[in-house]
Design a protein around this ligand. Structure first.
Ligand code: CMX
Length: 134
């Protein structure tokens, strides 16, 4: 079902303040920013080998990332795994009793199709599945 770790999401209060550390100090390849309005975030992607770091800045007070930062401060927000068939993955997990936040795929950054598993079902780690559509 899973093909690789796709990215790790890190909640930040400001992309502009966070990008220089990852791009300049750590030397990751900056792949650009994008607004994902459905998730109420602005994201910056940085490439490291096969994987990516996704910086997440909330763009609304009721953004899940705003709520996360309010409670925990900035830090690791989620881990995302690539899957080859997101709907089949959702159906499998639902059939196995896993608590899904999304029972249908949603639109994520870079046109990917995404869904989230509730952290209560994944040992306290908010878990995303993503399928990159050609
Ligand atoms: N990682 C681990 N646990 C988390 C969490 C996170 N990122 N966010 C919330 N939780 C935990 C809380 O700590 C809380 O646990 P306790 O009950 O033990 O205190 C529990 O989940 C409920 O949290 P809450 O603050 O009451 O928040 P909500 O129930 O309103 O929402 C969640 C939590 C995960 C369902 C919601 O944030 C969500 O739907 N997330 C998925 C969408 C998302 O995060 N989008 C942003 C990223 C988009 C992208 O990558 O493109």
């Amino acid at each position: 079902m899973l093909t690789k770790i796709d990215h790790i999401g890190i909640a930040v209060t400001s992309l502009e303040a966070a990008i220089p550390f990852y791009r300049d100090n750590l030397g990751m390849e900056f792949r650009g920013t994008e607004e994902v309005s459905e998730q109420k975030v602005r994201v910056a992607m940085l490439q490291i080998g096969e994987s990516k770091i996704e910086l997440l800045e909330p763009i609304a007070e009721d953004s899940p990332v705003a709520k996360f930062i309010e409670k925990n401060g900035a830090g690791i927000h989620h881990i995302a795994y690539e899957v080859d068939d997101i709907q089949a993955s959702i159906d499998k997990l639902l059939a196995e009793g896993v608590r899904m936040i999304d029972t249908q795929p949603r639109s994520g950054a870079h046109g990917a199709s995404i869904c989230f598993i509730h952290p209560k079902s994944s040992m306290g780690v908010l878990t995303e599945l993503c399928q990159h559509l050609a």
